[in-house]
Design a protein around this ligand. Structure first.
Ligand SMILES: Cc1cc2nc3c(=O)[nH]c(=O)nc-3n(C[C@H](O)[C@H](O)[C@H](O)COP(=O)(O)O)c2cc1C
Length: 192
């Protein structure tokens, strides 16, 4: 089993990343951590190259390796800080670029009547989305992440965690850590 844990926080001491790691550790499985802060993922240009070339994205950056990791993963955890009531720009770049996966020729059709919508290679894989926020906007952010990973990519999201941290460190918030721990256990259960 391969568990991919994507840390969308770009800060060294990112609370979001701490929760992503907590969820991953709590599965009891081996996992691969991807830290977006260490990668270069440029924005999608909408060039449609991926649509016309079996999902091959024209932008040669670190997303190329991440495509393979996402396809290989049996489960995915995605964390993003809440920025302006949404996921961060760095995480949105990843999500936008992930559209190329729809054209790899893998997985169920999104809609047989709309072939241009492609396929869904991540469909059915269990996942967790998590966001942290200072005060407000976390519900909007988690809804946005749920749309992208749950509705668009059709992951089976077993837990969605919108966590309010204020100016604290999650390491000092046992209730928050506990919810992440439980999310990790749910993820492990979903994988059987
Ligand atoms: C660009 C930016 C936008 C933000 N937008 C919000 C917001 O809409 N609501 C809020 O309460 N906090 C907001 N914050 C604070 C972050 O959500 C909060 O500090 C978060 O926990 C940071 O996650 P991290 O520790 O993983 O970096 C924002 C911070 C930044 C840098």
């Amino acid at each position: 089993m391969t568990l991919l844990a994507i840390c969308g926080g770009l800060r060294e001491e990112s609370n979001t990343n701490k929760l992503v790691k907590k969820i991953a550790e709590s599965t009891g499985m081996d996992y691969e951590l991807v830290e977006l802060g260490k990668l270069t993922i440029k924005p999608c240009t909408g060039c449609s190259t991926c649509m016309m070339n079996e999902g091959k994205c024209a932008i040669e950056d670190d997303m190329q390796g991440l495509y393979e990791k996402m396809l290989d993963a049996d489960a995915i955890i995605l964390g993003s800080p809440t920025y302006f009531k949404d996921m961060s720009g760095a995480v949105k770049c990843l999500i936008d670029r992930s559209i190329a996966l729809f054209y790899r020729g893998i997985g169920p059709m999104y809609d047989p009547d709309m072939p241009f919508m492609g396929q869904r290679p991540l469909a059915g894989k269990p996942g967790v989305v998590v966001t942290t926020v200072a005060g407000a906007g976390h519900e909007e952010a988690i809804a946005s992440m749920t749309f992208c990973m749950g509705e668009a990519h059709r992951l089976n999201l077993v837990e969605k965690l919108p966590e309010v941290i204020a100016m604290n460190d999650v390491d000092d918030m046992p209730e928050v850590l506990k919810r992440s721990e439980e999310a990790g256990k749910k993820l492990a259960n979903a994988l059987g």
